[in-house]
Design a protein around this ligand. Structure first.
Ligand code: DGP
Length: 110
């Protein structure tokens, strides 16, 4: 079982900032901004492309959770990102949406 599957299943004690039947959200272990939350499907998909192909309702819920969390945290601007594939910086191969906020962000991203 992958690390995010274990977190979603409750095998690794984790404070969920958002929780539903299909989705959980929790703080990133290595935050890149004052607010850095990972929003993931409970079910295992390798990346966002696999999730999009298989379950558009859950994909949509990830974005809805990001909107709710950003509002709860009072983020006036934020970035949401799926790193998809190792060349794009994906290091955990269980689909996850990054929600980052609390500082300015440059464009283009590195
Ligand atoms: P990515 O590089 O896009 O695959 O992002 C993976 C993120 O997951 C990275 O920012 C660090 C975070 N991460 C890795 N392992 C754990 C963990 O066990 N717990 C938490 N909370 N975050 C983790």
């Amino acid at each position: 079982m992958c690390i995010f599957c274990k977190i979603a299943a409750g095998e690794i004690p984790t404070n969920f900032l958002y929780e539903s039947a299909r989705v959980v959200a929790f703080k990133d272990l290595d935050p890149q901004a004052p607010a850095h939350i990972l929003i993931i499907p409970r079910q295992h998909f390798e990346n966002a492309a696999e999730l999009a192909a298989a379950d558009s309702a859950t994909l949509s819920e990830l974005f809805g959770a990001a909107r709710e969390l950003a509002a709860t945290l009072g983020l006036d601007g934020y970035r949401i990102t799926f790193n998809t594939g190792a060349s794009a910086g994906q290091s955990v191969f269980h689909a996850h949406l990054h929600l980052l906020g609390g500082r300015p962000f440059a464009w283009p991203p590195g």
